[in-house]
Write a protein that binds this ligand. Structure first.
Ligand code: PRP
Length: 202
C-alpha cells in the first residue's frame, strides 16, 4: 500500500479528484467527517489529510510515501525528498511587492515582511542587499500599508490582493506550482508503485 499525504483544503481536494480519475477513488474521503485517514476503494493507497505546510515533513520522515506540496514550501524548507512531478496546478509566483509608487533607497537596509524567510534571504543575498526580516504568518500585505516594512515577499496568484490594497509587484522571484514529492527510501523500495501513480497522474 502507498501512503499519500494530501494538503487539507481546496487544492488538496482538486488533487484528490485527479487521483480519483487516475483510478484511486475512495468513496468516503469527501464526506463530512473528521476522519483523517482513508483507503482507496481498490485498497492500493491510503490518504491522510494534513496541514499543507506539514506535507513535506510527513514525506521526509517516511510516514507518507508520497505527497503533494507547493514549490514555495520546497524552496523555503528544503526538505530531503524527491520532487517527481509538476502537477501543473496551483500556479502562481513568488514576488516582491511594495506600496504603489514606492521608491527604493538602495543605501538603506530594506525592511522585508514575509512568511518565506529563507526564500527572501536567498533572494536578497544574491542581490547583495542588506535586509531586516520581519516574519509574519499571514495577511503579509498589511506590513507595508502600516509602515512596518518597505516591501513584502509573498505569493501572487491573481494579483487581486495586491491591487485592492494599493500595492504592486516590483520584482518577480520565481514560478510556483504544485509538485508531487516522494520519500527517498520509498522511491527506492516502492519505485514501481510510485511510478505507476505518477504516470497515471500525468
Ligand atoms: C496568499 C498570499 C496572498 C494571496 C495572493 O494568501 O499570501 O495574500 O494569497 O493571492 P491573489 O494574488 O490571488 O490575491 P493566503 O490566501 O494563502 O492567506 P495568508 O494571508 O494566510 O497568506
Amino acid at each position: 500500500m502507498i501512503n499519500i499525504a494530501l494538503p487539507k483544503g481546496r487544492l488538496g481536494e482538486k488533487v484528490y479528484q485527479r487521483l480519483a480519475s487516475a483510478g484511486y477513488a475512495s468513496k468516503d474521503i469527501l464526506s463530512d467527517t473528521r476522519k483523517l485517514v482513508f483507503t482507496s476503494d481498490d485498497g492500493s493507497v491510503s490518504y491522510f489529510w494534513v496541514k499543507p505546510s506539514d506535507v513535506a515533513i510527513y514525506v521526509e520522515k517516511g510516514a507518507a510515501d508520497i505527497g503533494v506540496v507547493g514549490k514555495d514550501i520546497l524552496l523555503e524548507y528544503k526538505p530531503d525528498v524527491y520532487e517527481i512531478l509538476d502537477l501543473d496546478m496551483g500556479k502562481c509566483k513568488m514576488a516582491v511587492a511594495a506600496k504603489n509608487g514606492y521608491v527604493d533607497d538602495k543605501s538603506s537596509t530594506l525592511k522585508v515582511a514575509t512568511k518565506f524567510i529563507n526564500i527572501a534571504k536567498d533572494y536578497y543575498e544574491k542581490q547583495n542587499r542588506q535586509i531586516e526580516l520581519i516574519k509574519l504568518h499571514g495577511s503579509i500585505e498589511l506590513a507595508p500599508i502600516l509602515g512596518m516594512s518597505d516591501v513584502i515577499v509573498d505569493i501572487v496568484e491573481t494579483g487581486k490582493t495586491l491591487k485592492e490594497n494599493d500595492l504592486s509587484v516590483i520584482a518577480d522571484i520565481c514560478y510556483i506550482s504544485t509538485r508531487l514529492i516522494a520519500n527517498k527510501a520509498s522511491y527506492k523500495f516502492k519505485k514501481d508503485e510510485v511510478d505507476t501513480i505518477k504516470e497515471r497522474l500525468k
